[in-house]
Design a protein around this ligand. Structure first.
Ligand SMILES: [Zn+2]
Length: 394
């Protein structure tokens, strides 16, 4: 059995607090700097072994003409007033999210999206179980498994009932491997993400990192686990200061009457849409003033990070924060956190360890995980058209 373990927000530097993993790294294949791909849809990148613009996945929300929140339009004047009463507002948002999800048949959350912008957006991923999702002509890992009669158990997000905490998933993992019915078991451990956001890269987090190390020792020492691949979906960075970009943008929009200007603030990424070239120009000038905080991606950068989509649904322009900065508020939260991720790949690396002849490789990318896993399963012939390469062969 092969264990495929994804640890949420496993920062590169955490290995210094994980004595078991350090030992494991010294006798297997160890990638010191594992670079996530740009964006927020890591499960899709991993399970398809493709770049964001190949499979059209980048952020959780994207702009659309058919937003399920269009039904809010007649109520916008009232809802905007409610926005001034935080407690009532959060109750109403929950109610709307529930109702809209029910009416549309998939889970969609209003989070902290201002009502003014909600009718422009829809979810981009996770409308149906990921194991059933088809993305153009590309085979997912599940398609490859089916073709090769590989039996697997999927304990990654989105979780099935009863596996919604790390503790429950670890239990499920242990009972699954005992059954010896599966060739591959996927395990997602998410606690470190929570602690990293709350405490940053501090003693409190490192204490939890040590606990995670013990959990992993327990799991990976089981005799049923013959091979493994373990990595973080991304790292975690201690934040320094926050930027209220929404306030600045609202002022710019109001003062210049930029009615065609729409934005979405992910915690570390600002995405912008406009129809008029005049608006684009004005916003461009505004963003230039923010260049100490981040980068407005030019064509070269979009190419480098594989964000050359053949549409503007993820943003006409994309502005990414430099590490240590964070947008507060964002469309997800009003509170400043001590740790954040979602920066450009080089700015929030993780590490990776997998079964194999002892060797240390300085860097590898998220794109290499699927070819490596297929290689571990002796299915490398199915990986030949993938853009990544097996770490066993490097
Ligand atoms: Zn997170």
């Amino acid at each position: 059995m092969i264990a495929v373990i994804m640890i949420d927000a496993l920062a590169k530097e955490y290995i210094n607090h994980m004595s078991f993993l350090k030992k494991l790294a010294s006798s297997n294949i160890f990638i010191e700097t594992y670079l996530p791909l740009a964006g927020f849809e890591h499960r899709h990148y991993l399970l398809w072994g493709r770049y964001p613009d190949e499979i059209d996945k980048y952020t959780m929300y994207r702009k659309t003409k058919k937003s399920p929140f269009r039904m809010l339009v007649p109520f916008l004047p009232l809802l905007k007033k409610i926005e001034n009463y935080p407690e009532l507002n959060s109750k109403i948002k929950k109610y709307i999210s529930k109702t809209v999800s029910f009416l549309n048949g998939y889970k969609i959350n209003l989070n902290n999206i201002p009502y003014e912008f909600a009718p422009y957006f829809d979810m981009s991923g996770d409308r149906k179980p990921i194991e059933k999702l088809k993305i153009e002509e590309y085979d997912s890992i599940f398609d490859i498994f089916k073709k090769n009669k590989i039996s697997y158990k999927y304990l990654w997000y989105p979780y099935t009932k009863g596996t919604d905490t790390d503790k429950k998933r670890i239990q499920e993992f242990k009972s699954t491997i005992k059954e010896k019915k599966h060739d591959v078991v996927f395990l997602h451990l998410s606690n470190l993400d929570k602690y990293g956001h709350e405490y940053g890269l501090s003693k409190k987090t490192f204490f939890q990192v040590k606990k995670m190390d013990n959990v992993l020792e327990d799991i990976l020492s089981k005799k049923e686990v013959e091979k493994f691949i373990l990595f973080g979906d991304h790292g975690m960075v201690e934040t320094k200061s926050s930027l209220d970009v929404m306030k600045k943008l609202s002022k710019l929009k109001k003062e210049n009457k930029l009615n065609d200007l729409v934005w979405f603030v992910d915690s570390t990424t600002l995405r912008l849409w406009y129809k008029k070239s005049q608006t684009k120009k004005k916003v461009g000038r505004f963003l230039k003033k923010l260049s100490s905080f981040g980068y407005l991606m030019d064509k070269k950068m979009r190419k480098k990070y594989h964000l050359e989509f053949n549409h503007d649904l993820f943003g006409v322009d994309i502005f990414v924060l430099k590490k240590k900065y964070v947008f507060v508020p964002s469309f997800f939260s009003n509170t400043k956190v001590k740790g954040m991720h979602g920066y450009l790949p080089e700015d929030n690396p993780s590490f990776l360890i997998c079964s194999g002849k002892n060797k240390k490789i300085s860097t590898a990318s998220e794109i290499d995980v699927l070819p490596t896993l297929l290689d571990l399963l002796s299915l490398y012939s199915d990986a030949t058209d993938l853009p990544g390469q097996s770490l066993l062969k490097r």
